[in-house]
Every structure is written in structure tokens, then in C-alpha cells.
Design a protein. Sequence first.
Length: 252
Amino acid sequence: MRNTMPCVGLVVLVGSLTFVITPDEEPSKPKHYTASGKEALPLIVIDAGHGGKDVGARNNGLVEKDLTLDLARRVDKRLQSLGFGTVMTRNDDSYVSLAERAVVGNQYDNALFVSLHFNQGGGVASGVETFYETEKVPPEAAWTWIGFFNKSDPSRFESGETLAGYIQTALVLRTEATNRGIKARDLYVVRHVRAPAVLIEAGFLSNAVEARLLGNGEYRERLATAIVEGVMSYVKSRPQPTEPSRLVKLEH
């Protein structure tokens, strides 16, 4: 996968030079993609943190990149069973850069972006927390054939705070883990994805007690269930699209 950059050419119009911007070919979609049968539902981009040469946190016999992929697959399976379309930024032990993950998230109009991670800290640190971004960086501005760029307004992109709140609440209720709350933080993937985006830290590998839980498949299934419940609660809370008005023929 690679980022696309527009190619720049020159055209002479009435004796003056005008830049013409032409796009490179579209980035290829991830291999793992399931289309939704319900158009009203957002597509969920599931981002398994780390992968390949980027192992993430390692402690108490656990490796973050393996746990995030396992959790992502569980979330993916549950979402599909409910009729959601899904995309996984990786579905194997491969390295995907932060920029490439954001590119995937920005390929879809009606989408949510959920990035999965596990924490590392002092031996007593524990609990779950969910991050969002208050100030988005819009994707590369749209271009026109005459070379003038349309400016994107970052304020029109939803921060993800509401989505973070629903997911965090579900995580705490399902797991009874310490509630570390939702927090605004400048994290690349949530900042550069225009859709509502969150990054979940689902527990501390450095905490021996929590690590035993995280190493258990049944507990990770509870995490997946909670994440999906949070997504569903958020989707239900959004205003539903209204039906288009109908024209009525008046009889004379």
C-alpha cells in the first residue's frame, strides 16, 4: 500500500502558465473488506495496532501486535454478524505505517475508525482508556483542473469524543476494569482520519494481574463485545436520515 500524491503538470493558457494537478492512481483497498448490506450503517475501519517489525509493547509473555490482531478479528466477526461493513487495516502480521492506516480510513465517506492497542506502564498501572482528537488534520485538499485548492474546514469533521464515550462506558461495564476515562490526545491515526476516530488502550501488559486476563481468549471476547456494543450505541444515537419529501399532485 502506498500513499498517493498528485502529479503536477504545466499548461499554457492565453500566454500564461497554469498549474494543472492530476491525481495518481487510487490507493488499493485492503485485502480484507466486507461490504455492508445495510446502507444506513457506517462502515467500520478496524485498525489492529502495530504489526510486523513494529511489535508494540511486550511484557509478561504477551506481545501487543499479536493481541491487537486477535482482538481486531473478534471485533470484525461480531460487526459482520450485525450487518456492518468492515475493513481491517491489517489481517496478518504485517507492518502498516501510520500514514497508510489513515489513508485506509479516509477512503470511505460513511465510516468510523477504531484503533486497537494495549498499554505499557508501571507495574501497578491498570485499566482501559479511549482516546480521541479534538483538532483534526484534514486529508489532502481537493484539487481542481486549474490548480486552485479547495480548503477543507477541520471543524466539520466530528472529533470522535462521543464515540469514545460510548465505547469506554461499554468496556468498563463488560470487563469491570479500572476506568481511566476518555482523553483528547494528539495521536496520528485519530487526528488524520476525517471520520469519527478513536484509539482504545484495552489494558496493561505490564500489570501481571491484567496480563493474565488479556492472555485469556474469553476475556478478549468480552473486550470485543464491549467495543461492538459501544459502536452500536453510538450509531443509534446519531440522527437518522429523514426520508425525502414527496411531491403531491393537487386535483383541480
